[in-house]
Design a protein around this ligand. Structure first.
Ligand SMILES: O=C(O)CCC(=O)C(=O)O
Ligand SMILES: [Fe+2]
Length: 319
């Protein structure tokens, strides 16, 4: 296990090499303990030794970038999520304000994104750049493998059979998104961030981050914002709200945001990130795990489908 050198920015976000667990070798138990500690304390960790081929990430990163480099007028004519299951959806700049999910009113996030999930509504794939759809499929497959390893690490930490969650992920509703945070040539509007403060809704998120001026920040339990370290080839993993509920709030889903580059920043601040939102199937029952039921379950069992409806209505003030 390595720890990054700049302790001031990374003291609370550990970097964990999960390769001993994947290989079933000596050191697996230490991996499990380190992941559990991170998920209980901060809900964020970085993983290395994950086995995702660099080419898979590079292909998606580069083809998505070629899409974002197309003219705005053309991009907005592309998929807007009109209903084709397994298609792609494009979300233009300021279309989404993530802070609305926390009940905050802010301008839209200064970002644009491409979105895909094999069981989610999208629209027809654009005819360029070549290989975009294949790159999404390939990367999604790699995330299914990595998220399977992470679920087994979680099961081991909680004392569950390794395949405890697997049936809930046969028809999983996961989503893969590539986000482009453009240069900010003029200052953003008051209250406008690259991505507003929010927690993720699902089971866990696996993020391919990118170092830049204006990056990912995580709020610790003391309310301080920590810059998440960007380490080449590592993935940032965080717990989502649904898994927090599953663990009776023992594992935490932590607020995070993407900061703007400093005003007047002279260098290149463009940033591209790739979050994979791991979500269970619609009929999955989220119910306090026996290991955490000691002092009584805080929440009623709920299906993931109903849970998402509840979260959405809360976010828009109807809950
Ligand atoms: O771009 C990032 O680093 C994080 C984005 C994020 O938190 C999200 O889309 O949920
Ligand atoms: Fe997020």
């Amino acid at each position: 296990m390595v720890t990054v050198s700049d302790a001031s920015i990374s003291a609370e976000i550990p970097v964990i090499d999960i390769s001993p667990f994947i290989a079933g070798e000596k050191g697996s138990a230490e991996v499990v303990r380190a992941v559990e500690t991170a998920c209980r304390n901060l809900g964020f960790l970085l993983v290395t030794g994950h086995g995702v081929p660099v080419e898979t990430t590079a292909r998606l990163y580069n083809t998505a970038r070629a899409f974002f480099d197309e003219p705005q007028e053309w991009k907005v004519m592309q998929g807007r999520g009109t209903g084709e299951v397994g298609g792609m959806a494009f979300s233009p700049i300021a279309d989404e304000a993530l802070a609305a999910t926390m009940g905050l009113k802010t301008p839209g996030d200064f970002k644009e994104s491409l979105n895909y999930g094999p069981r989610l509504a999208g629209d027809a794939w654009p005819d360029r750049p070549a290989g975009l759809e294949a790159a999404f499929h390939e990367y999604f497959g790699a995330m299914e493998v990595l998220s399977g390893h992470m679920r087994r690490i979680f099961c081991s930490a909680i004392g569950l059979a390794p395949d405890y969650f697997e049936k809930e992920f046969v028809d999983h509703l996961s989503a893969l998104r590539v986000i482009n945070y453009p240069e900010q040539h003029v200052d953003p509007e008051p209250g406008q961030l690259r991505a507003g403060v929010h927690t993720d809704y699902g089971f866990m998120t696996i993020l391919r981050s990118e170092a830049s001026a204006g990056g990912l920040q995580v709020r610790n339990r003391e309310g301080e914002w920590l810059d998440a370290p960007s380490i080449d080839g590592a993935y940032v993993i965080n717990i989502g709200d649904a898994f927090m509920r599953w663990t009776n709030d023992e594992w935490v889903s932590t607020p995070h945001r993407v900061a703007n580059p400093p005003s007047g920043y002279g260098g290149t601040a463009r940033r591209q990130s790739i979050p994979f939102f791991l979500n269970p199937s619609k009929d999955t029952v989220i119910e306090c795990l026996p290991a955490y039921a000691g002092a009584g379950a805080k929440y009623e069992p709920i299906t993931y489908g109903d849970y998402i409806k509840l979260k959405t209505s809360q976010a828009f003030g109807k809950g």
